[in-house]
Design a protein around this ligand. Structure first.
Ligand SMILES: CC1=C(/C=C/C(C)=C/C=C/C(C)=C/C=C/C=C(C)/C=C/C=O)C(C)(C)CCC1
Ligand SMILES: [Fe+2]
Length: 565
């Protein structure tokens, strides 16, 4: 992208922000985060405005930051919410940010972050963090400069909600209201076919080995291809196989060589492990794991891999068919806690699909695995698999804490449940038990631990560093960025009073030989309603650059890196 050509960059004298102005008919406007075929975006307040504005025919496309912040918090009476938990108030924006500090010149590419950024339709407010419609944020780094943008993912669920001004698909906790009993019966039927489930791809974004970029959620139909340059929704990612199933792990393992996924089987409790080649839309089954207990599989939001194995967790927090059918959310939403069904870890050979270990482990609650690797004896024989995760002390309370009313009502009390780096050791010698222990003293990271990343070059390999969100107490949500040294069992923490940082995402420096040689990117939502992009040095964990957005952004979940070709 040429920064000097159209779209032109001007500094808005009122907001003191850089804005991008481009001619819609000019093809160069189709560069990074440029917008096609739409009208003027100026101080758009809500999506109803957007629909009106987008339909207007206009000769130019002017993308201007909206009015500054009193603006940035949804209010209930006179109570203002933290911008992290406030819906994004315009559908999209892009512009160059003023960088303070120095962005390394080697950092060339786009960081994309996805997450649920819109939690209301008109006056109707959603209940849970995970219900929100997907907001994609892009940070394009080049030559020490930073162009930022955000845009809504145009899933069917989102489009239908905007058109009809009501929820039309089943979200994490929200369910469309049936107008009458017959409609309710019809909806039950559509639930079995999957047609009433959401495709709101709000949990993550991945770059496939062939370059396609896909936003994901837990429904298979919620796999949506986007353009990483414009953030535009391109269309559904259609799996061309006939593996079936309606849901999958929200976090596939994606490398330049493959895409590995887990498909829970709710009928015959178990999991299918499948692989897809770059350039293909066809997943092929590697193997199947039958659940060791319970009447349904455990929730698999993510799973880890080693060089040779796929690890399938069987968590006692299990999918629950009845809860999937319910109109009102239950305490654990689509899930149920079954400690009596115990917990297991299964290890499948990536090439043969054979189960090489299936062990009973202590009860656990995890959403995010950090990494896994093979442990060898002195003769180089693999004796065990080590799998690390953000573990919530086998307590499901975190799901309740992520209700929006809880996130929005922090009163200084310390209510964030404790979490730790949980390390599973799964022996491969046929013994029936594995272990789970904290890998370092959780006080090192304030007993908060989630939203993790590692150097991607260490995926499946013995590694030393993990980056995550930790806690500085008292808090109601992880509020620090933490660099964990698994070797020294120490952590280094970044903290700003009242700020909510999103997942620290590690980007290695090309050619680096040290594991922590790179940068860590996060997006910070500040307590005054503002927000900025933050770049930390991966090694020292010190700030090297910040760049303010024209307005604070809502919290987001997971990201990916699209290097410049
Ligand atoms: C499970 C089903 C569905 C939807 C599931 C969704 C959208 C799950 C999203 C899970 C996420 C974003 C988990 C993130 C966890 C983050 C944590 C614990 C952070 C903690 C911080 O301390 C439907 C598709 C709605 C229906 C089928 C079943
Ligand atoms: Fe996740």
């Amino acid at each position: 992208m040429a920064f000097t050509a159209s779209p032109a960059l001007i500094r808005n004298p009122i907001s003191k922000q850089n804005v991008v102005v481009c001619d819609m008919l000019d093809n160069t406007c189709r560069d990074k985060f440029s917008f096609r075929n739409k009208g003027i975006y100026k101080g758009q307040r809500n999506l109803q405005d957007h629909l009106t504005v987008a339909n207007a025919v206009s000769p130019s496309c002017v993308i201007v930051p909206p009015q500054p912040p009193e603006k940035r918090s949804e209010t209930t009476g006179d109570h203002q919410h933290h911008v992290a938990w406030t819906s994004i108030h315009q559908e999209r924006w892009e512009g160059e940010l003023l960088v303070q500090g120095h962005i390394p010149l080697w950092l060339k590419g786009t960081y994309l972050r996805n997450g649920p950024g819109m939690w209301n339709i008109g006056d109707y407010n959603f209940r849970h963090l995970f219900d929100g419609y997907a907001t994609l944020v892009g940070l394009h780094f080049e030559d020490g400069r930073l162009i930022a943008g955000h845009r809504q993912v145009e899933s069917q669920a989102y489009q239908a909600a905007m058109k009809n001004q009501k929820i039309c698909y089943r979200e994490f906790s929200e369910v469309p209201k049936a107008e009458n009993f017959l409609a309710y019966v019809g909806e039950l039927a559509s639930l079995f076919s999957g047609s009433s489930l959401t495709d709101n791809a709000n949990t993550g974004v991945v770059k496939l080995g062939d370059g396609r970029v896909v936003c994901l959620t837990e429904t298979q139909k919620g796999s949506i291809v986007i353009d990483p340059d414009t953030l535009e929704t391109i269309g559904k990612f259609e799996y061309s196989d006939s593996l079936g199933g309606l849901i999958h792990s929200a976090h596939p393992i994606v490398t330049d060589k493959e895409f590995l996924t887990l498909i829970p089987d709710l009928i015959k409790p178990g999991y299918m492990v499948a692989r897809m080649e770059p350039g293909s839309n066809e997943r092929k089954v590697i193997g199947r794991v039958d659940c060791r207990a319970g009447t349904s599989p455990g929730w698999v939001h993510s799973f880890p891999v080693t060089q040779h194995y796929v690890i399938v967790p069987e968590m006692p927090l299990r999918y629950c068919a009845q809860n999937l059918l319910r109109a009102e959310p239950t305490p654990l939403y689509k899930f149920q806690w079954h400690p009596e069904s115990k917990a297991f870890m299964h290890v499948m050979c990536k090439t043969s699909g054979k189960i090489v270990a299936s062990v009973n482990v202590p009860l656990f609650v995890t959403f995010h695995f950090i990494n896994a690797y093979e442990e060898e004896d002195e003769d180089g024989r693999v004796t065990a698999v080590i799998a690390d995760c953000c573990e919530h002390n086998s307590n499901t309370d975190i799901l309740d804490k992520l209700k929006l009313q809880n996130l929005r009502s922090f009163n200084g009390k310390d209510v964030l449940p404790d979490a730790r780096v949980g390390r599973f050791r799964i022996p491969l010698d046929g013994s029936p038990y594995g272990t789970l222990e904290a890998e370092l003293d959780p006080n090192e990271h304030g007993k908060g631990m989630d939203m993790c990343s590692i150097n991607p070059n260490y995926l499946g390999l013995k590694y030393r560093y993990a980056y995550a969100c930790g806690a500085q107490r008292p808090c109601n949500f992880p509020n620090t960025l933490t660099k964990i040294d698994l070797q020294s069992e120490r952590a280094k923490n970044w903290y700003e009073e009242g700020a909510v940082p999103s997942e620290p995402f590690f980007v290695p420096r090309p050619g680096a030989t040290e594991e922590d040689d790179g940068v860590v990117i996060s997006i910070i939502s500040e307590k005054n309603g503002e927000g900025y992009a933050l770049v930390l040095d991966g090694s020292t964990f010190e700030e090297i650059a910040t760049a303010k957005f024209p307005y604070g952004l809502p919290y987001g979940l997971h990201g990916c890196w699209v290097p410049k070709q």
